[in-house]
Design a protein around this ligand. Structure first.
Ligand SMILES: *[C@@H]1O[C@H](CO)[C@@H](O)[C@H](O)[C@H]1NC(C)=O
Ligand SMILES: [Zn+2]
Length: 308
């Protein structure tokens, strides 16, 4: 009896290890043995490393770094045609490599390769990173690799080979027309490996206005799907992208390969361990305003005390 149990466990363990069939927690059921986030370490050893992503960003523990100036984004206004695809784990948009980022203490110039999204169920919590424990309904990742590399697999051999820009979404009363092309495309890519073409779009349609991109968090982490390579310089922006409830909900019509609704496509937060999260200089304005208010209040508080 014991032997049978051991063999059974071994068989399911081997099935998890051998298959690259990792999945999100929302896909794990008693009779469906895909490898959920708790066992990604068996699928790819990197996933149990000490510098994993996403993380919960605790703002009062983040350190300001004056050198984290606004990033320079080039080619974000240029329009392009691209494939949008249901990957079986999410939605991915291939990007032409004439879009580049540098500055803000990035160790090199990076070129964009793809954009993808993580979301919840019907507009519920779905972001990967959290800010002070808050989970947003969706998060977009624009993945870049150092200019000198030709592919993501080449870039992940370098600790800083990949730079990902992360953007949170927030539910709005109004429809965000700039996201119309992506939302419309979803109905053509309901099943894994379906793809369609997006025409005449640009990255600045999908990102906040550049003047609102000065506030961001920076830390060293990993890809958030297996093989979880620890090769990512993360830039997570504070400003959010508005989408209506209906637009957010549209992502839940997509399907995983088992035909179930593609929902809660995020990895749970990982321990920060010995890492430090930094925040950009863009926060200075807010901080110095607080200091000015304090400076104005302290003398009056002191004078109240002496008269009392
Ligand atoms: C999506 O993929 C399924 C399964 O491979 C296929 O039957 C269907 O025709 C595809 N749909 C489109 C719009 O390409
Ligand atoms: Zn991602």
């Amino acid at each position: 009896m014991l032997l049978v149990a051991v063999l059974f466990l071994l068989a399911s363990f081997l099935r998890i290890v051998s298959g690259s069939d990792w999945c999100y927690q929302s896909q794990v059921t008693c009779n469906h043995t895909c490898a959920g986030p708790e066992t990604w370490g068996l699928v790819a050893q990197n996933c149990s490393g000490r510098s994993q992503s996403p993380v919960n960003i605790v703002t009062r523990r983040a350190l300001q770094d004056e050198r984290l100036t606004p990033l320079y984004l080039t080619g974000f206004q240029e329009t392009f045609h691209s494939h949008i695809m249901n990957t079986g784990h999410g939605v991915k948009l291939d990007l032409p490599s004439n879009m580049r980022i540098h500055g803000g203490m990035l160790p090199a110039t990076y070129k964009a390769i793809q954009l993808h999204l993580h979301w919840g169920k019907d507009g519920g919590p779905g972001s990967e990173h959290l800010i002070d424990g808050e989970q947003f309904p969706m998060e977009m990742h624009i993945v870049h690799i150092k200019e000198k590399y030709v592919s993501l697999s080449e870039a992940v051999t370098d600790r800083t080979g990949v730079a990902v820009l992360g953007f949170f979404f927030q539910e709005s009363e109004f429809v965000n027309k700039k996201f119309g092309p992506i939302i419309k495309a979803l109905k053509y890519i309901q099943q894994p490996n379906n793809s369609t073409t997006l025409r005449g779009v640009s990255l600045d349609m999908f990102t906040p206005p550049q003047k609102n991109m000065t506030k961001y968090f920076r830390y060293d982490g990993s890809l958030t799907t297996p093989d979880c390579a620890e090769a990512v310089v993360w830039t997570v922006f504070e400003d959010t992208i508005p989408l209506s409830r209906q637009q957010l909900t549209a992502f839940s019509q997509l399907q995983f390969s088992d035909g179930k609704p593609m929902v809660r496509t995020y990895r749970p937060v990982q321990p920060l361990n010995e890492r430090q999260v930094y925040y950009s200089r863009g926060h200075v304005a807010a901080v110095s305003t607080v200091l000015l208010i304090l400076a104005a209040l302290v003398p009056s508080a002191l004078s109240l005390q002496t008269t009392a």
